[in-house]
Design a protein around this ligand. Sequence first.
Ligand code: 0A1
Ligand code: ZN
Length: 883
Amino acid sequence: MLKVFPLSQSSAKPATIYLKDYKEPDFLIKTVDLTVELGEEETIVTSRLELTRNDENATKLSLNGEHLTLQSVKMDGHMLTPDEYNATDEWLHLPVATVTTDFSLEIVTRIKPQENTALEGLYKSNGNFCTQCEAEGFRWITYFLDRPDVMAIYTTTIIGDGELYPVMLSNGNLMQQETLPDGRQSVTWHDPHPKPSYLFALVAGNLAVVEDKFTTRSGRNVKLQIFVEKGNEDKCDHAMTSLKKSMKWDEEKYGREYDLDIFMIVAVSDFNMGAMENKGLNVFNSKYVLASPETATDADFDGIESVIAHEYFHNWTGNRITCRDWFQLTLKEGLTVFRDQQFSADMNSAAVQRIDDVQRLRAAQFPEDGGPLAHPIQPQSYVEINNFYTATVYEKGAEVIRMIHTLLGEEKFRKGMDLYFERHDGQAVTTEEFVSALEDGSGVDLTQFRRWYVTPGTPEIMVDERFDPKTGQYKLTLEQSNLKAGEIFKPLHIPLQMGLLDEKGQAVTFTDGPFKGQTEGVFDFNKKRQSFTFSGLSSQPKASLFRGFSAPVKLRQTMSDDALAFLFAKDQDLFNRWDAGQRLASNIILKNIEAVDEDDTAILPAAFLDAFAEILSDTELDRAFTASALTLPGEQDIAQRMPIVDVDAIHKVRENARQQIGLTFEENWRKLYNECANAPTPANQPESSSRKLKNTALRYLIATGREEYITLAATQFRKSTNMTDSVAALSGLKDITHPVRDEMFADYYEKWQKDALIVDKWFTLQAMSMRESTIADIKKLMEHPAFTLRNPNRLRSLIGAFTSGNPVYFHDKSGEGYRILSGVISAMNKTNPQIAARFVAPLGQWRRYDEDRQALMSAELEKILKLPDLSDHVYEMANKSLH
Ligand code: 0A1
Ligand code: ZN
């Protein structure tokens, strides 16, 4: 049994930290010389620091430190006695009144990485040592000024058993490797780039390495290494290719080159998040490295490409220029997500990428922004910073950068970015400094735009349209509102990218205004209520608004089914074409729910079916786009449009619609299925597009309810040579009760039980199942020998998938779904508080459900708040969620 890692004991309410209280550090650290002696019982860390005074009046130096056993402190070579310093659970206070400017410290501490289940600081994963220091994990390794505005140069020596840990890595360049007289191995690394402590990394283990190289534009030869657990060497190709593509892309798109002679990636099995951009030594959740067609789906491949890119791009947006304090987190995260989205759009179908990105934003960020955990992309306060690695800071943060890009245009945006890099390289800065650099570099005024950084909530846009046939004038009036912003509401500067379609669906050329002669423009919508007039029209046009999702807003436009079907079939903008289809389908499903006509199986009107048929038969379209366009909005998307969510009705009506689509187009689906399975993929499309469309067809065929398609799915499963097809077949049958289904799940487990990432999928598919036995099945799965609360991926694969991917059973009237979740949160509260806290959010949505469910959900939150030894992480999330 793993021992529980002790957390600081405190019954007092945790303190809130405010941006307004930011103060420069009293002292700075110039160099850090760390020696880490790895042992099986304990690890000894000796830290030698060169410091300098930054505030001449400071009388005390307070270093952060948690879960450390202090052994000794020397100041300027003089050993301090315990009465000369004060060490608490969280601090080491040192007297420095007599210290003039520069001085040195040598601090020796002892830690127990093998007992660290929180996966912060130094810990062990499958026998290997690794670190996670963002946001405040370095203080779990040694006493330090653990804040991002303290940037130092690091030299790290790792000492340990060379047989157990032949690979010993840290940031920067390898300086020395030797065997010590006592037989231990000693390896020294030096990182010449000053960095904040959160970018420190150390890895030691018995790992295999895959190597490649990259020559930068200016001729620097960079050694590329991916370290994995032995046996996984053959699953690194895609990660390596993605890395090389990212390096090239950043040079071409942003003029940014890599700045060390070596770039290392380490894949670990136990990781709280996706990956971490430590300088020169990225540590990754193995999910975002390991892939082969047999073991990973096309979606996994895409995920790897984008996470590898994301971490690599952080080298400039995050590492070279970092955050002054954690309130600035979106400075690096929003910008880097935007850059990885741009990269993925360039590597793949741009329209499909945009659709996927917006779907993710709407699924995760919109509910957050509309619920009790809403916060601006630059939060003004926090209790526990780890709770602010949110969809808002990341995904909405990326939308904010995208809007700047849209307002400035590609060329001026690049000029602004160039100035940002030039002005702030090597600094720890604020979002304000970023916006100023973009403003100065582009010459575009962003005064009003800055409000996006401090305003929570998703703006809602009301639309009014007037057409005067006599004058040929079309007047579009938009009004913005934002309930979450409350009293601080001030109109935001919103880029409205739009075009008009004539009655045939042709793009209308503007005859006046700023975009005269063009068919599309980006209009500045920056007042509460604002009108845009277009003249020279012979009939009422159809407006295609917020093309490419040009702003993270909710469009509240009343449109007839016919008008939406028209845009679905004709819009020149592929994103809006897809979105019109989604809006239309949601409208229809919602209407049927309201009509209490849930059992009606023929709910889709002709307008919808005709537009659907048009897309279905359009062979010019990218198959991946076709697949997205022909997929109904998810149950959670539809739920967002209901004031009080009725999960059962949504599911039932949506399933009826799916069946109707399956039956109406049965022949087309069969044909498409065979075409995509057998005929070659069109030259301009990747093979994954064909698989995506084929599996969309398969799901509709299964939805018909005909036995023959169960056989089709089972055959696909048995013959499949790739994970995409295997998972699609399993997913297609996961909801039915049929011996074939059980056989398939059993075979899959039997075949892949040794591969953790593949077993994760097995848990996920069952967690999202719609069978009556689902809740009992989940409880049984929690007892399965392969289930563990200790591995975040495994936990997410079952519990995360259940709470976020199975609304019907998570919200089961019995309250059992809520109890499963709160049970997991209380079990994780002490062992891994970061992960425990991330699981609270679904309960925080309680106001969106009926009274009975509200009572059940809030009761679980109350229970959580009464847990003994409640961690600050969980406290903050549960407390905000309940009140
Ligand atoms: N900076 C990383 C994400 C990350 C954040 C926190 C972590 O541990 C608490 C780990 C990783 C990124 O954006 O990729
Ligand atoms: Zn990031």
